[in-house]
Design a protein around this ligand. Structure first.
Ligand code: XMP
Length: 513
């Protein structure tokens, strides 16, 4: 990001908390970017970083196949903070001694600060830190002094003040380290001397100016899904170039109740742009007729979606720019290597070869999700959209088991709308990661008044999770579940039974198909 005045580099050696480190730094209004340890040192020299943080990593510094870095990095005059593996690496680079312990030190550990005057430990008392390591430093390099220790780790932190090199064996970036934030803050402000003026307001102003210059009087086309990222990208581009922006919104009829209209109303009433909505629900239902296999359904929905989308883009586009709402976690090249890269890039859209644009614009490619949301709020996007829960690309298609029909979509939309309403009323929407209704291909016997019924069963799915790789079923209070169930069977024709999915992931997945 060129317009940023001060930047911190997070040099990634493959640890699991690397994005967290960058996010913590950004919380102090200082821009941090992550680069893999394979980045050439000349690139680092060219960037004018105010500080460098070496991340943790799963390796041992004596294993030469594990990530290392050019020792020159410690002589550039840029303050360096090494964390965990990064700490051991600094020790190794400077000729200290690292050893493999018999036992792994893992979890919350009591740390004692030995050098109270250390700039890194300013105002930090003896406290609990989070450790996760097997190797440890047993001899500091020349010029370094020990600044903290724990029972099992005589050198839990060390520093070389004259060269501005600092290292900690523990993880200040995780919340289990009581004063972790203060330590990072000390590094950023006392040692790197950052001013802390990177704010979302200035991000918006700078990005809008850059977009105006880049786009000039040409056109921009953006695929709008109604999700957070593409919505915020649309609002930002609209602010920059107004109706030079065309948003293409494909409504495949598998969105939640009234969602297509809500997206259209929001963008046509609040933002200046050309809004193109393609309603193709009927064609989708035709293509899906008789199909019950989950993978086949997903394939049909995905293929059809992109056929419709690219056909519309072909009509709208004649040169100019193609924009997408790629965000930072989609772009980070991980220090773990290429296997990870393939996964992290999955959100980028592959464009057919015959469609030509001058360039692709990704205005949010430097932001984390929470920052994207903040930008969305500042740009005036309604909270419902900015805080929207994740919604799968194939939409309700993965929540209708068996054949997808118009009637089933309607039943599911109504029941799902009731659930969302009750969850919002109970205030649980902030604590649940995802909550929705599923329509299994099941009918059951019930009784309503004096009549026997034979109707649909619906299932409620609600989970809490940090990353969606694993998830726990949400402990929704019984009285909320009771209200949801009561309202669904009363308000949704064709539903006579409601069940609650109490499976965690693994072994279940969040979605049912
Ligand atoms: P699973 O079902 O795999 O879901 O546990 C994990 C998260 O991913 C979402 N999901 C999808 N998102 N396209 C998407 O964009 C998809 O095909 C898709 N399938 C699942 C799911 O909603 C959950 O948030």
């Amino acid at each position: 990001m060129n317009q940023v005045k001060e930047k911190i580099l997070v040099l990634d050696f493959g640890g699991q908390y690397n994005q967290l480190i960058a996010r913590r730094v950004r919380d102090f209004n200082v821009y941090a970017e992550i680069k893999p340890y394979t980045v050439p040192i000349d690139e680092i020299k060219a960037e004018n970083y105010k500080g460098i943080i070496f991340t943790g990593g799963p390796n041992s510094v004596y294993d030469m196949s594990s990530p290392h870095y050019d020792k020159e990095i410690l002589t550039l005059g840029i303050p360096v903070l090494g964390i965990c593996y990064g700490c051991q690496l600094i020790c190794w680079m400077r000729g200290g001694k690292v050893e493999t312990s018999d036992t792994r030190e893992y979890g919350k550990i009591d740390m004692t600060v030995d050098k109270k005057s250390s700039l890194l430990f300013r105002d930090i008392p003896d406290s609990v830190v989070w450790m996760s390591h097997t190797d440890k430093i047993v001899k500091t390099p020349d010029g370094f002094e020990v600044t903290a220790h724990s029972d099992n780790c005589p050198i839990a932190a060390m520093e070389n003040v004259s060269e501005n090199i600092y290292a900690v064996q523990f993880h200040p970036e995780v919340t289990h380290s009581e004063y972790g934030n203060e330590l990072l803050k000390n590094f950023i402000f006392n040692i790197c001397k950052c001013a802390g003026d990177w704010k979302m307001e200035s991000f918006i102003d700078n990005t809008v100016n850059t977009l105006r210059k880049q786009i000039g009087d040409k056109k921009v086309v953006l695929g709008l899904s109604g999700g957070v990222d593409s919505s915020v990208a649309a609002a930002l581009l609209s602010k920059a170039v107004g109706n030079q922006l065309t948003c293409v919104f494909v409504d495949q009829g598998l969105m939640r109740k009234d969602e297509g209209d809500f997206v259209e109303n929001t963008f046509t009433s609040l933002f200046d742009m050309k809004f193109v909505r393609v309603n193709c629900g009927e064609e989708f239902i035709k293509k899906l007729k008789g199909v019950t296999d989950p993978e086949q359904k997903r394939n049909i929905i995905g293929t059809e979606f992109y056929n419709v989308f690219w056909n519309k883009i072909r009509e709208e586009a004649n040169g100019g720019f193609f924009a997408q709402g790629t965000i930072y976690p989609d772009c980070i090249e991980s220090g773990k290597g290429d296997a990870d890269k393939i996964k992290t890039h999955h959100n980028k859209v592959k464009m057919p070869d015959d469609i030509k644009f001058d360039d692709v614009i990704e205005p949010l490619k430097d932001l984390f999700k929470d920052e994207v949301r903040r930008v969305g709020e500042l740009l005036g996007i309604p909270k419902e959209l900015v805080w929207r829960q994740p919604f799968p690309g194939p939409g309700l298609g993965v929540r209708i088991i068996g054949e997808i029909t118009e009637t089933k979509i309607k039943v599911l939309q109504e029941a799902d709308a009731v659930l969302r309403d009750e969850i919002a009323r109970s205030g649980l929407d902030k604590s649940l990661s995802q909550y929705f209704v599923v329509l299994p291909d099941v009918r059951t016997v019930g009784v309503m008044g004096d009549h026997r019924t034979y109707d649909h069963l619906v299932a409620i799915r609600a989970v809490t999770t940090d990353d969606f790789m694993t998830a726990d079923f949400a402990r929704i209070p019984y009285d909320v579940l009771a209200r949801v169930s009561n309202r669904i069977v009363n308000e949704c024709p064709n539903v006579n039974r409601v069940v609650y999915d109490i499976t965690s992931k693994p072994p279940g997945t969040v979605e049912w198909e």
